[in-house]
Design a protein around this ligand. Structure first.
Ligand code: SF4
Length: 421
């Protein structure tokens, strides 16, 4: 499986190490879950990373050879916010890790590091460097760039440890070992706390981490003695969305709702005044987890259907669409037409961008246009319909999935009359 940058995802990778080390059963459960299209924030993260990589790479090259540090600024200028974050990342590396000198330091950016190829244990390190410190100790340092908002804790962070252990393993393969390692996280959009955090590990502590990774790998691939363990790590596990029985049980227990026994599952939702106080309290305390679980189940069902493996009794239909203005370059033309009705100012300041459709309708009504919706029809367009799962008995036509299309095309290719028996 590859990500949007064309990188192959390891089964036991660095970015998921916090899940598979804590819950060895997650690997088998996640293997067959259809991969969803990357979210908006994942795409932003990818773009933020590529801008950061260019900024740091060109800066360090400049320090070494005197080349222009802005030589690829045409590639980084498209998002000022990402560029500013990349500059802070560059400064954190330069000041905190490299101590303002690149002399005698080996380094690399966005590099694949492998702990064990056969066990699919590898990951991509955002920035690493190896050098001797003032006391002639060999140091390996690594910085992980996190562009998301969710605050990531550096202490006992399996991803950071995984990269350090893997990087050290690469060095050991070349006959080099280190005295200690520094792992850092730089998270420019972190909502609270320091954006730069760092942890140090002795070689012995890295040995312990390595043992932990291989113990989990052995359970997963060799002895196959895995177990499902619910915890904080479930937040990022795709199996929590309707696939993992342990997580469903955890939600059921915490919320006091019978969610996993089909016979007991809620058919109609009870009104709040009929619920015991304890149940109300439990539901409120895990409200966010419940909402995200239900949303996750829904998107899992949609993915299954699209992939041609629908949930029996459900079908995919087109949901509602919303009216919207066409692209901004047509706003002035529409605005001038609207002005002919007597509408004085159809635009939102400061540019000639139209006000929201509902607001224009209200203003038209004040001018005596009775059916504003009909009046605006020639000027508006509609959003693409969302896809939603409904009961098979729903009267709306089903949206074809991959299997339907395949079947149709094979029916077309071999019409009955053409088949020779
Ligand atoms: S949801 Fe939690 S318990 Fe279930 S497989 Fe994922 S990590 Fe394990």
């Amino acid at each position: 499986m590859e990500d949007e940058e064309g990188r192959r995802h390891a089964i036991l990778g660095g970015s998921t190490a916090h899940i598979w080390t804590a819950c060895t059963g997650s690997v088998a459960l996640c293997r067959d879950i259809p991969k969803e299209a990357p979210s908006e924030s994942a795409l932003q993260g990818t773009e933020g990373h590529s801008i950061a990589e260019i900024v740091v790479e060109d800066f360090l090259e400049h320090k070494i050879s005197g080349s222009d540090p802005g030589i690829r600024s045409h590639l980084t200028a498209k998002s000022p916010e990402m560029l500013e974050a990349a500059h802070s990342y560059r400064d954190a590396i330069w000041i905190n890790i490299l101590e303002q000198s690149i002399t005698g330091k080996a380094y690399g950016l966005e590099e694949l590091v492998t702990l064990d190829k056969n066990l699919e244990m590898y990951g991509y390190v955002d920035f690493w460097t190896v050098f001797k410190d003032d006391h002639a100790k060999k140091v390996l340092a690594q910085v992980d760039y996190k562009y998301g908002y969710y605050p990531v804790e550096i202490k006992k962070n399996p991803q950071v440890a995984f990269y350090l252990v893997s990087m050290r393993k690469e060095l050991q393969r070349s006959g080099i070992d280190i005295d200690y390692a520094r792992g850092a996280i730089f998270q420019p959009r972190k909502p609270r706390g320091d954006v730069y955090t760092e942890v140090r590990y002795t070689a012995k502590q890295l040995d312990a981490w390595e043992k932990k990774f291989f113990t989990a790998a052995e359970k997963i691939f060799i002895t196959k003695k895995t177990s499902l363990k619910v915890g904080e790590h479930c937040k990022f596990c795709p199996a929590k969305n309707g696939v993992c029985p342990a997580y469903a049980k955890h939600i059921a227990n915490k919320s006091s709702l019978a969610l996993i026994d089909p016979k007991k599952a809620l058919k109609t939702l009870p009104s709040p005044e009929t619920l015991p106080d304890e149940t109300i309290r439990n539901i409120i305390l895990i409200k966010n987890e419940l909402i995200s679980w239900v949303k996750g189940i829904s998107s899992y069902g949609v993915s299954r259907n699209k992939a041609g493996s629908p949930i029996p009794g459900l079908k995919l239909v087109e949901g509602a669409t919303r009216r919207k203005w066409p692209s901004e370059d047509s706003h002035e033309r529409i605005g001038e037409k609207l002005k002919e009705t007597g509408l004085e100012d159809p635009y939102k300041p400061p540019q000639k961008i139209l006000k929201p459709i509902s607001q224009i309708e209200t203003e038209l009504k004040k001018l005596g246009v009775k059916d504003g919706k009909k009046f605006l029809d020639p000027y508006v367009t509609r959003t693409n319909p969302t896809l939603t799962l409904v009961s098979e008995e729903d009267s709306r036509p089903k949206v074809k999935n991959a299997l339907d299309i395949l079947q149709e095309s094979s029916d077309d290719s071999y019409p009955d009359s053409d088949i020779e028996l």
